[in-house]
Write a protein that binds this ligand. Sequence first.
Ligand code: NAP
Length: 276
Amino acid sequence: MDIPTVALGNGRSIPLVGLGTHNMMGRPCIGAVSSAIEAGYRLIDTAPRYCNELSVGMGVVKSTTRRDELIIQTKLSGGDQGFDEAINAAKESARRLGVGYIDVYLIHWPCPSLGRTVDSWKALLTLADEGYVRTPGVSNFKQHHLQMLYDETGCWPAINQIQCSPALPRTELREFMAARGIHAQAWHPTGRKQGLLADPVILRIARKYGKSPTQIALRWAVQHGIGVVPKSSHAGRQQENADLFDFELDATDLADLATLDQGEGAAKDSDVHEEF
Ligand SMILES: NC(=O)c1ccc[n+]([C@@H]2O[C@H](COP(=O)([O-])OP(=O)(O)OC[C@H]3O[C@@H](n4cnc5c(N)ncnc54)[C@H](OP(=O)(O)O)[C@@H]3O)[C@@H](O)[C@H]2O)c1
């Protein structure tokens, strides 16, 4: 299975579909990572908060794919924000993952109460200069958080991983990002916690194309150029979640899906929500 890639603002590229690993640990995580890679996934998303970097690394080793064909993406926890702290945390993540460099390293949440977001971003830029990180980026950043990084450093992140699905299309935020060359990658892209997959609109479109409701939610994203990192511990569902490139939603489908927007208020507010 060949998963298409998109170009990033820093000259690198990233697959439109990767494997999410939240809530997977130990043996099941090792198995899920290696089965996804065997199926054709080349991007694996993890975080220290998921307590599975070691297992993700073991899944990578278990696969037969070369390290330089894979994109390992992990994140800086809120508790590790700060310049020196972030440098150390990245090296600890690389050690747990068993890799010499991290492909994509994201500030997990802005955590404004700490006041260390800019120092953390400067650390990520330093890690990139020194070759420990290939692509520095962020997650859960709103427009003003992104602007603050640019104002202080003159550098936009290449990626912002955000909560995004047809139920939470985040249109204004994505337009702001697109205008600045920031790739949108969606977490919780299936929208199942928002009740998306049981919605009659999704069910109708799924029947029309002979696809599952999950595939319709994911196709909506990739058709807009939004990357997705669906999590599944089942090899069959991993294949289903990447099998999105043999059909196209038409204008009527897209207009119908646009009616499912629950509004920015339904997304986790990263001015308030913090994770450490
Ligand atoms: N940056 C952040 O703050 C942040 C926050 C949350 C998540 N994330 C990342 O984003 C990833 C995805 O988000 P998520 O895990 O919250 O949600 P998700 O990928 O939208 O949904 C995962 C759930 O859907 C099920 N599932 C997946 N594919 C399916 C299919 N084809 N048919 C039926 N069920 C299916 C999975 O169960 P099975 O495993 O049983 O298939 C799992 O229970 C995470 O794993 C994590 O890597 C990042």
